[in-house]
Ligand binder design. Structure first.
Ligand SMILES: C[S@@+](CC[C@H](N)C(=O)[O-])C[C@H]1O[C@@H](n2cnc3c(N)ncnc32)[C@H](O)[C@@H]1O
Length: 332
């Protein structure tokens, strides 16, 4: 088999503004999850990729973010003979992926833009280029992202237009309500539970007395509920995804679940980046209360997030979360 080559005229790195921007701290902060134990959630997908990806094939990492999946794949097999295309909606995340992996000739990068007039994101078949529409991709992976797709049906249909007949889509997320989860957490649902625990602590603990007043304004608290739902999208059931995937035209070959252990401290460090979304009502956020939280309020907010987590997880060091893995196929 011939070694992988990009088609003639195909730009691995497009000549676009995002590729020239400086690195942003939000992307760097996100990328630190790479060192968190709960990012072991990528390992089953990596096992599948190693089993399925053949020499000369193309893998598209859709919503590839800062490139953690591809980076790990190449660490497992530095001689991997494949094309690896990272597509993402965030130019900041993609910029960091480019920084980490751009020198490797096997990598290509595509940014999907938000088209304001059409009120939608560009679709995969609009960014991969004609050569790939003709040849077709072999595997599409989507990790930790499908629960964020507001145009799910159209997104899945665009994957089908890009995949070869018989091609595979590997989808996984910790934010799918899987009936097999038992008493394991759906990871983003810890946020609502932290919020409810925090409200009780503020009512009971005089150290937070100055923040009590805001809790009784139900209109205000509803606005903070909506803000939290924007940061951490309400979880949908597995059946919703199964239906969308099959309606789009995929066959689902398997649905598996894995228990992923998350360290409370690491999950705290992740949530601390999004503290406005978790407990914005403590100290306020500008677009709801007209002024941002003071430095002291942010400190109190972070302390309260950590204290609520200790209470919620009974002082334990870790909790179990349920991750769902769907293996899907474009019919031949
Ligand atoms: C939680 S990150 C996961 C990144 C990476 N796949 C990983 O596992 O580390 C979610 C990614 O999905 C991207 N994303 C969010 N909404 C999207 C959408 N509607 N379509 C495509 N990508 C989206 C974000 O830009 C972000 O890079």
């Amino acid at each position: 088999m011939e070694r992988f080559r990009w088609p003639d005229g195909f730009a691995r790195i497009p000549d676009e503004d995002w590729a020239r921007q400086s690195l942003e701290s939000l992307a760097l902060k996100y990328d630190s999850v790479e060192n968190h134990g709960w990012y072991r959630n990528l390992e089953p997908t990596l096992d599948q990729l190693q089993a399925k990806l053949e020499p000369g094939q193309l893998l598209i990492d859709y919503s590839g973010g800062t490139g953690i999946l591809v980076d790990r794949l190449l660490k497992r097999d530095s001689e991997l003979d494949a094309g690896l295309m990272i597509i993402d909606a965030s130019p900041k995340f993609l910029r960091l992926a480019l920084e980490k992996l751009g020198k490797d000739e096997r990598l290509a990068f595509r940014w999907i833009r938000y088209l304001k007039e059409e009120r939608r994101l560009e679709r995969m078949d609009e960014v991969v280029g004609d050569a790939w529409l003709e040849r077709g991709a072999d595997i599409i992976a989507s990790t930790n992202a499908i629960h964020l797709y507001y145009g799910l049906d159209e997104t899945l249909r665009s994957w089908l237009r890009v995949l070869k007949p018989g091609g595979t889509a590997l989808i996984q997320s910790g934010n799918i309500r899987n009936p097999a989860a038992g008493d394991e957490w759906i990871i983003d649902e810890t946020v609502g539970a932290i919020h409810r625990t925090a409200m009780q602590i503020v009512r009971d603990d005089d150290a937070y007395a100055e923040y009590r007043g805001g809790l009784d304004d139900s209109g205000r608290m509803e606005r903070y509920d909506r803000l939290r739902d924007k940061y951490f999208i309400p979880v949908r059931p597995l059946g919703y995804y199964e239906q969308a995937i099959t309606n789009a035209g995929f066959a689902i070959d398997s649905i598996e679940k894995q228990t992923i252990e998350a360290k409370v401290q690491e999950w705290y460090e992740f949530l601390a980046v999004y503290h406005d979304g978790v407990l914005g009502w403590l100290g306020g956020v500008e677009k709801i209360d007209g002024r941002p939280a003071s430095e002291q309020a942010v400190k109190d907010r972070l302390r309260l997030i950590r204290a609520s987590m200790d209470q919620l997880f009974n002082g334990g060091e870790s909790f179990d979360a349920c991750w769902t893995y769907l293996t899907c196929r474009k019919p031949a």
